[in-house]
Design a protein around this ligand. Structure first.
Ligand SMILES: Cc1cc2nc3c(=O)[nH]c(=O)nc-3n(C[C@H](O)[C@H](O)[C@H](O)COP(=O)(O)O)c2cc1C
Length: 396
């Protein structure tokens, strides 16, 4: 078929016939009626069924957490943002992780990135958050959704808090160092948030332990200089995660899924754990009762750099729980190869699913090429960081 002046995106849609463009109207009959195994790429490992803890998943494709700038001034999630979750569910991801939600009240005014943050610190948010869980389940009853819960820690311009008093590059202000009793209170805030997520109908939660937020400050010697039971050894650095996971599972059931997202190997120079220590760190984390670990890798798509770090995962990382690898995944053939060679079991996608929410289904159907339309330009991130609402692809 000749491309007669269509954009690449339009061309792929048209070439696929009208089947893929049913998003936004009632139902996605083309995809929902047939099972993955009957599809052109249905025999791929990434499209096979999976399980994280007690959670049955229809495939190994994860919509990585994405703050879509859909937060009202009162901290509640905007109804206008629900449509994106519906599209991601219809688009074929097996698991969706929500944008981060904070366990304490936060306004955009004291967030270093200057946009409102969705909150989960009060029961009053449950009705609106339950719409997010419902829209995903209604669009595809096989698609699961986790609430990502977070404390922005040092990224608060007014009350930065951290594991130790190491100023973070973004925020020059000296952070308040959490005392042991404040750490225990923080764990209770995470537990309360997890209870709300469960009440709202989410299938589990993900602790945000990456991207310089509060939990991240405990998980790296760069910012954890503590000499008490929460610092020093790796066992001590991950203690806070073990205690949070214990509290959540004791209260909500051992089968309630608790995952974590942590910075990956490529972010290590910043974090201060070297290539030898990183596999040990993951191993220590995997023994805390968590159901899976998501690695937030550098966002670049540079093949050579990616190969180096994948070799490290292949050779040195062997865990008892699944690994979700996120960052720069741009081709179904690449992730299938990584899946086959055992580099990771699950693969996370953020920017590419902002551009093409139906990318998993397009790949499964073998429509268009094996890559994605996203060029990883980060214009979507800039749009969010400018404080603008309802993130969409901003590529020009
Ligand atoms: C607009 C936008 C918002 C994001 N919000 C979050 C978030 O709330 N929590 C989080 O852990 N990561 C967040 N991320 C990071 C992604 O989950 C992911 O780790 C990163 O974009 C790399 O994956 P990608 O190359 O597939 O985009 C966000 C990314 C983008 C582009």
């Amino acid at each position: 078929m000749e491309n007669k002046g269509f954009s690449r995106r339009e061309f792929i849609k048209v070439a696929a016939g009208s089947a893929v463009v049913t998003l936004g109207s009632g139902g996605c009959a083309f995809f929902s009626e047939c099972k993955a195994k009957n599809k052109p790429r249905g025999n791929y490992k990434v499209f096979s069924k999976g399980k994280i803890g007690s959670l049955d998943l229809k495939n190994h494709i994860v919509k990585a957490a994405t703050d879509v700038g859909a937060t009202n001034d009162d901290c509640s999630f905007m109804s206008e943002g629900l449509g994106m979750y519906k599209e991601w569910s219809r688009g074929g991801a097996g698991l969706i992780i929500s944008g981060h939600m904070t366990v304490v009240p936060q306004s955009g005014k004291n967030f270093v990135f200057n946009h409102n943050l969705t909150c989960i610190h009060d029961d009053k948010f449950i009705p609106q958050l339950s719409k997010m869980a419902r829209v995903v389940h209604d669009a595809d009853s096989d698609c699961k959704i986790l609430a990502q819960i977070n404390h922005i820690g040092m990224d608060s311009t007014t009350e930065p808090v951290s594991a130790s008093s190491v100023p973070w590059p973004f925020v020059k202000k000296q952070p308040h160092v959490l005392s042991v009793s404040e750490i225990l209170e923080l764990e209770d805030l995470y537990l309360a948030a997890a209870k709300r997520a469960k009440a709202a109908g989410f299938d589990g939660i993900q602790l945000h332990g990456a991207h310089s937020f509060l939990l991240n400050t405990f998980l790296t010697p760069f910012s954890n200089k503590r000499t008490d039971q929460y610092g020093g050894s790796m066992k001590n650095m991950v203690r806070i995660v073990r205690e949070m996971t214990d509290k959540i599972k004791s209260s909500l059931g051992s089968d309630f899924p608790v995952l974590i997202k942590v910075n990956g190997f490529a972010k290590l120079p910043f974090d201060g754990i070297d290539a030898d220590a990183f596999p040990r760190f993951l191993h220590e984390l995997s023994g805390t009762g968590l159901d899976a670990i998501e690695i937030s890798e550098d966002k670049d798509t540079d093949e050579a750099k990616r190969r180096v770090r994948h070799t490290m995962y292949d050779e040195k990382v062997s865990l008892s729980i699944p690994l979700i690898m996120t960052g720069g995944n741009a081709s179904v053939e690449d992730v299938e190869r990584l899946s086959q060679q055992g580099t990771a079991e699950y693969f996370g996608f953020a920017r590419s699913l902002i551009r093409e929410p139906d990318l998993p289904n397009r790949w499964l159907e073998k429509v268009g090429d094996a890559g994605c339309e996203c060029i990883f330009c980060d214009a979507c991130v800039e749009y969010l960081l400018e404080g603008r609402k309802l993130v969409t692809c901003q590529e020009i």
